[in-house]
Design a protein. Structure first.
Length: 406
């Protein structure tokens, strides 16, 4: 058995991006940039006004109030067409319009009498005020977003500003999902005696999609060698494979054995985590193969703790673990020493601190507690007892954790 931390480390060491592709700008949202982006021009491209008002020479406006002759008008979108602010004069100017020659300050219209032929300024004027200087944001040739950045609306804005209609991002890995078990039937049929709907495939596909990878459900391998050979072989064609069930010590648990037969090299089996102890990890060439226990709660928790970080890394993300933070326990928790225990919790914020209470019955067969949970508490392997009021480390669980109903 390897530790929770070692398992994660080995998995992350063996997960990397599967290629780069060009996508249109809007399709790049949420993706990871594969290339530094260099500014093809200055931003802003010319000195311009930050306000609607009057372009002036600050030296003319030392005393207040002061009155200047208005000699021109520059709307947004105007070209630099030789307008000059002569001494003792002002030019009416709109936000974003290029500042005229001679101007070294803009006076907002609300600090004036809004005059048409002459204008009276009510406030003193500082050199440079309300003038945006060419290249003050980004200079031509500068890297304006780095490889590894996640494309969010701000990055989209910057990329669009610089005319980038296509961007180079890491490819989305196709992740095959294979369920195993003779008891499984597909969604759409009502279970008879001994039958269970293959819910893990759907839940895993949803979780894979949430990371940004492409889920590929390949169905069910029955509990015999031939069926495993066929279905696992199919799954190994994808960029990564996740299997559920058939990885414990039962005599029908064939996943590891048949993976080995197909030349997928087992890296570890059994991890110091509860739930999720029988998790296995293998490599087929460089493709990661995650074999998760079949109990739906264990499947989801091991996906969250081991598979999600790996898939994020394959997508090019640099920050792949959810941030841990401290929460105060509302109830005492007792556990066995030797394994990290993952506890499904609900969180509340009070007086500047997070408080964690159990989301319900913590037995691994209880799916309702998973549904009720907003976060997972990660209790270290060495500890056995956490008193009420003790601080534990927690992380949010799922993309909508802040909106899970109370
Ligand atoms: P196993 O690892 O094969 O012993 O399965 C552990 C438990 O998970 C059993 O109760 C199975 O019925 C259940 N299980 C296995 N596969 C799935 C699945 N795809 N969807 C829902 N439950 C499953
Ligand atoms: Mg089984």
């Amino acid at each position: 058995m390897i530790s929770f931390e070692q398992a994660r480390q080995v998995i992350l060491e063996n997960s990397s991006p599967v290629g780069v592709e060009q996508v249109s700008l809007l399709h790049s949202v949420g993706r990871v940039l594969a290339q530094d982006m260099l500014a093809p021009w200055d931003m802003p491209l010319w000195d311009n006004s930050a306000m609607d008002g009057y372009a002036v020479r600050s030296a003319d406006c030392r005393q207040t109030p002061c009155t200047l002759e208005v000699t021109g008008y520059i709307p947004a979108g105007a070209k630099e067409d030789g307008i000059v602010v002569q001494p003792g004069c002002a030019v009416r100017i709109m936000t974003g319009a290029p500042t005229p020659t001679g101007c070294d300050a803009v006076v907002p219209v609300e600090d004036t009498d809004d005059g048409q032929s002459t204008v009276t300024l009510m406030q003193s004027v500082e050199k440079g005020q309300h003038v945006r200087v060419r290249a003050e944001d980004v200079a031509a040739g500068d890297t304006f977003v780095r490889a590894g950045a996640i494309v969010r609306p701000p990055e989209i804005n910057m990329l669009a500003t610089f005319g980038k209609s296509l961007v180079s991002v890491y490819r989305r890995p196709v992740v095959a999902i294979l369920s195993t078990g003779d008891e499984l039937i597909e969604l759409g049929t009502t279970p008879g005696p001994g039958e269970i709907i293959n819910s893990n495939a759907l839940s895993l596909a949803a979780a894979v999609a949430e990371t940004g990878c492409v889920p590929l459900i390949i169905g069910i391998a029955r509990d015999n060698r031939e069926s495993h050979l066929e279905k696992l072989g199919e799954g190994l064609k994808a960029d990564a494979l996740i299997t559920s069930a058939g990885v414990s010590a039962g005599d029908r648990d064939l996943v590891r054995e048949v993976l080995a037969e197909l030349d997928a090299k087992q890296i570890f089996w059994k991890v110091g985590i509860k739930p999720g102890g029988p998790t296995a990890f293998a490599l087929f060439g460089t493709k990661p193969v995650f074999s998760l226990p079949g109990n739906p709660v264990s499947t989801m928790i091991t996906f969250e703790e081991f598979v999600r970080p790996a898939l994020l890394k394959m997508l090019g993300h640099q920050q792949v673990l959810r941030p841990l933070f401290k929460a105060v326990l509302r109830q005492a928790i007792r556990k066995k020493a030797g394994k990290v225990q993952i506890v499904r919790v609900k969180l509340e914020r009070e007086a500047g601190r997070w408080f964690a209470s159990s989301a319900g019955n913590q037995q691994t067969a209880i799916l309702r507690t998973m549904v009720a949970a907003q976060a997972l508490a990660v209790l270290p392997a060495a500890s056995e007892y956490f008193a009420e009021g003790a601080e534990v480390e927690v992380h949010f669980f799922g993309n909508y954790c802040d909106r899970v109903a109370g």
